[in-house]
Design a protein around this ligand. Sequence first.
Ligand SMILES: [Zn+2]
Length: 312
Amino acid sequence: MKPRLLNAWSSVKKGPEGTPASVIYLESTAVPHSTHVKGPMRVGAGDYLTRITLAGVGLTMAEDEILAADGLLRRFDVRRGPYPETATLEIHTEFETGASVSLTQGMPHLISITLSRKPLLELMSGRRIAVDPGHGGKDLGVRGPVNLLEKDCTLAIGRELADIIRSCGGVPLLTRDDDSYLEPGLRLREVSLSSPALAVEIHMSGEKDPLARSYHIRSIPGCPRSKALADSISAALRENMGISFGPVEELPDQGFPVPGYPLVRVEPVCLTYFADEANFRAPLLRRRLAQGIMNGITRYLRENENPGGTLP
Ligand SMILES: [Zn+2]
């Protein structure tokens, strides 16, 4: 059998010493003669590139750009070359982090590339993030064609997002974690007492025409930080889920004072559209939506703060 890479994928695992790590797995029919790691090097958009050359293995799988978007690992590209019987892996990470390569022999062999998630954990450590799952109790919100209710969908995404924030060392502040009804003008009052770094309101959009689809993202009028956060979440959800938001819209006056932290309202699902309602029942989709929102949050924090700095 020719020495070949067969397959590649990634996942988040507990690494050595219990620190979470993003791990890229490559299935190979042969052990590489040599492995050369170059990087991480700073590239555009604040990302880092690590290039790993595996000598002595070609590709059976097609050359590919594989999206991970797990908060640390943005994507990795598997390519042929630069020499015959050589494969190159280009790893794009959102933080500067080293890569360690290990091999588990078997049939096929498994090459693991472990990337420590420590820089992401350091950014998020102790960071309070307010999450407001829209509606609740007697306030049902939009109703889908097969009777899924907005208040339940927003809570499902809110819980996933809280879980991801916690797994990165942050502190989620949920306005509700059950079917409670919250007075519209008072929703953020309690979480505001804990001075969150930022807040995300989760809603679903709805249309009168059941065949129409719309997705919205809104920020506080005249607040550049709120707009920057909205732009970041919008871009991350487009990357993760292919959702096309229009330009950032203005949040309506919600009857409470403008908070001293950036606030965004995101509507990443059109609940009145049958396919969106059906897809939403899959737990994996909810998790990916929440991960997309989280990636927007961490990119915003990474780009709008000094390392180690605190928000005003
Ligand atoms: Zn709503």
